[in-house]
Design a protein around this ligand. Structure first.
Ligand SMILES: Cc1cc2nc3c(=O)[nH]c(=O)nc-3n(C[C@H](O)[C@H](O)[C@H](O)COP(=O)(O)OP(=O)(O)OC[C@H]3O[C@@H](n4cnc5c(N)ncnc54)[C@H](O)[C@@H]3O)c2cc1C
Length: 332
């Protein structure tokens, strides 16, 4: 019996993959999501989301359960425990997707394998990992939970500065710990940071040439150990939370020989239609260049990719066409 061909196979059942599956399945396309672990992605690890439209406050697992039920009700299949290890374009234009034990064929693939926050590797980081306990990797998501409290922010790049300035709007005191004396971030951001630090009675302070070596507390974060890398002196520093802004690592190692990746491993695409360098292969969510790294934008990416998939089905030569405002994917 010949292998069945899916219209759309999505790699990853995080918010981007589930957003794509909803639109693909509602359009009656034969849709399969291959997921390495179980549906949810990064958002499944948080117990409070306050910035997803229509929900004042919902936990990650509850939101994902709703999303999963919705996509399967429209006929999408989800296969958990299916890690995609490689992909190959076939002569007939379809795409072969290899997992450890099985392989699948699809007319279109949407890559939605997400990213992971880079870890500090300090003792206590895993134990207190969620905003309720005090360790967070996303100021945009979790700053309001630290209103009036004292927090430490670790990092020195563009995102670290932007997120730390955002935190300072909520927390009573933010101490930014950076391992060097100079910032490598964009000058405009560094200037903004310096201006804020130098304001009279500023709630934003810097500890330069310093690293956080441990996160400590009973049930929740109560202090960190900060080491000065020049003197090796280590001191306890009392705080209610630690924000770690030291970068993201895209889950794209398995795609190295298949699609074009950026210097830091994100999948290159045109940001209007989310087309990669390989015809029929779209990308969505945190694994692509230019991703906003938010739940709502990941879902929206998935939806966009599934919408533009129809244009590819209509006219495969469209893949090489420039971005145009004549086209609209249409339908709802
Ligand atoms: C603790 C925490 C709290 C957060 N809170 C918020 C918040 O409040 N608001 C907000 O907007 N954002 C928040 N975020 C960010 C948000 O979760 C992400 O932006 C969003 O999950 C990205 O979705 P995604 O589908 O692109 O990727 P991911 O969520 O990373 O999902 C990717 C999926 O692909 C799977 N996968 C990876 N490789 C393979 C492979 N080879 N084969 C098969 N499957 C694979 C993974 O297992 C994963 O399930 C938070 C993130 C974290 C970690």
């Amino acid at each position: 019996m010949s292998e069945q061909i899916y219209d759309c196979i999505i790699v990853g059942a995080g918010p981007a993959g589930l957003g794509a599956a909803l639109y693909s399945a509602r359009d009656r396309f034969k849709t399969l999501i291959l997921e390495k672990f179980y549906p949810g992605g990064q958002i499944a690890t948080t117990d409070r989301i306050e910035n997803y439209p229509a929900f004042d406050n919902i936990s990650g697992p509850d939101l994902i359960e709703k999303m999963t039920n919705q996509v399967t009700a429209f006929g999408a299949e989800i296969k958990g425990g299916a890690e995609v290890t490689s992909l190959r374009k076939l002569d007939d234009g379809n795409i072969k997707i290899m997992c450890d034990e099985d392989s699948y064929t699809a007319r279109v693939v949407i890559l939605a394998s997400g990213s992971s926050y880079r870890k500090l590797g300090a003792p206590g980081e895993e134990e207190f990992r969620n905003a309720g306990a005090g360790v967070s990797y996303c100021g945009t998501c979790d700053a309001p939970f630290f209103k009036g409290r004292k927090v430490v922010a670790v990092g020195g790049g563009n995102t670290a500065i932007e997120e730390t300035l955002h935190l300072a709007k909520f927390a009573a005191e933010v101490t930014m710990v950076h391992r060097r004396q100079e910032f490598r971030a964009a000058r405009i951001l560094t200037e903004e940071l310096t201006a804020k630090v130098n304001e009279p009675d500023s709630n934003l302070k810097l500890k330069l040439d310093s690293v956080v070596t441990a996160i400590e507390g009973e049930g929740k974060v109560q202090s960190v150990k900060i080491k000065n890398v020049k003197t090796d002196a280590v001191a306890d520093f009392a705080c209610d939370g630690v924000f770690i802004f030291i970068g993201m690592e895209p889950n794209t190692g398995f795609l190295k020989d298949f699609v074009e990746l950026s210097e830091h491993g994100f999948i290159k695409c045109d940001c209007a239609y989310l087309r990669t360098a390989v015809p029929g292969v779209f990308v969505a969510g945190d694994c692509r260049v230019g991703a906003a790294m938010q739940l709502v934008t990941a879902v929206a990416d998935g939806v966009n990719a599934a919408m533009w998939m129809k244009q590819y089905f209509r006219d495969p030569t469209w893949w090489n066409e420039a971005v145009s405002d004549i086209l609209q994917p249409g339908g709802w």
